[in-house]
Design a protein. Structure first.
Ligand SMILES: NC(=O)c1ccc[n+]([C@@H]2O[C@H](COP(=O)([O-])OP(=O)(O)OC[C@H]3O[C@@H](n4cnc5c(N)ncnc54)[C@H](O)[C@@H]3O)[C@@H](O)[C@H]2O)c1
Length: 292
């Protein structure tokens, strides 16, 4: 069974990117969000991203039109019943994800593969809730999905070879490079990246330097495309906090403990670039540091 029809659940930052990448690769894609309003916002994000790809000559307007035709949207989970592969990109909350997969498990035919795009939860904790743990794995994409080349393919002790091989085919068709990761919280990238981002916030709290200089130092001194504080805004401060909490809960190592300043920023609703304000304000031409 090859994957032809793809379902994406959640059309936020990541879901919209995954849906776009799959549609551009030729898949028939059905996206589920919780309200018409959020579908509208997701569609707009996809349209803007494709516009950028056209400007950068990564796609033509004719290819864009074809990709848009392959995308459809729904608020009903039940409409995902004919999908061969369903990728979940909803909020980073185990209970929300488990509830969703249990519902899908009761609806979808046996062959449907379930994948989670979680950044920090264990795949096993979701796979154990369904009757098809052999057809369950992690497909961890990176933001922005249409641009970033990597996918972490995460298998549990129950994932079958066939499922892994179908998922690898899917990743390849999207033009991605896959790396295999063990099912432990953080996989590869976040295991290494999250302590670095959190440490930057701790250095900011400690007054080592301004946020602009912390970011500038890592861009110009290490050749990174973005500084660590800017990366947190890019990921979403709320998502970064959830990931840190989950990793800390799993490993109990101080390097994963969320710094108080990150909690304060999230409590103020400064969720980062996606809402226009995080550590920086994104309403003008260039990001401007906000009070911390
Ligand atoms: N932000 C990143 O850089 C990044 C990178 C890789 C993976 N992830 C993971 O991807 C997932 C989504 O993150 P995001 O940054 O896109 O978050 P987001 O907040 O931008 O989007 C989440 C979306 O899911 C929707 N949603 C919630 N419950 C739903 C349900 N039951 N059905 C359908 N939609 C539902 C919400 O309405 C929201 O639009 C998380 O698990 C996160 O850890 C995030």
């Amino acid at each position: 069974m090859t994957v032809r029809k793809v379902g994406v659940v959640g059309c936020g930052l990541m879901g919209s990117g995954i849906a776009e990448a799959a549609a551009r690769a030729g898949y028939d894609v059905l996206v589920r969000e919780v309200s018409e309003e959020l579908i509208g916002q997701g569609k707009q994000r996809i349209a803007q991203s494709m516009e950028k790809a056209i400007e950068r000559e990564k796609m033509t307007s004719a290819e864009r039109d074809l990709a848009v035709e392959r995308l459809s949207y729904t608020t009903k989970v039940s409409e995902l019943v004919d999908r061969d592969l369903i990728i979940e990109a909803v909020v980073e909350d185990l209970e929300v994800k488990r509830k969703l997969f249990v519902e899908l498990d009761g609806l979808c035919p046996e062959h449907t593969i379930f994948a989670s795009n979680t950044s920090s939860l264990a795949i096993t904790d979701m796979a154990a809730a369904v009757k098809r743990p052999d057809r369950f794995l992690g497909l961890h994409f990176f933001n922005p999905v249409p641009v970033m080349k990597l996918v972490e393919v995460v298998r549990t002790i129950a994932t079958s070879e066939k499922t892994v091989s179908e998922a690898l085919d899917f990743a390849r068709r999207l033009g991605k490079e896959a790396v295999a990761a063990k099912d432990q919280a953080g996989f590869i990238v976040n295991l290494l990246l999250v302590p670095y981002m959190l440490d930057a916030v701790r250095q900011l709290e400690r007054g080592a330097a301004s946020m602009e200089d912390l970011d500038k130092a890592m861009v110009l001194g290490c050749g990174y495309p973005m500084g660590p504080i800017a990366v947190i805004d890019f990921v979403g401060t709320d998502t970064a906090l959830r990931i840190a909490e989950i990793l800390y809960d799993e490993y109990r190592e101080p390097k994963y403990a969320p710094p108080p300043l990150l909690r304060r920023i999230v409590a103020m609703g400064r969720y980062g670039r996606k809402v226009g304000r995080g550590f920086y304000d994104y309403s003008g031409e260039v990001p401007v540091p906000l009070p911390v």
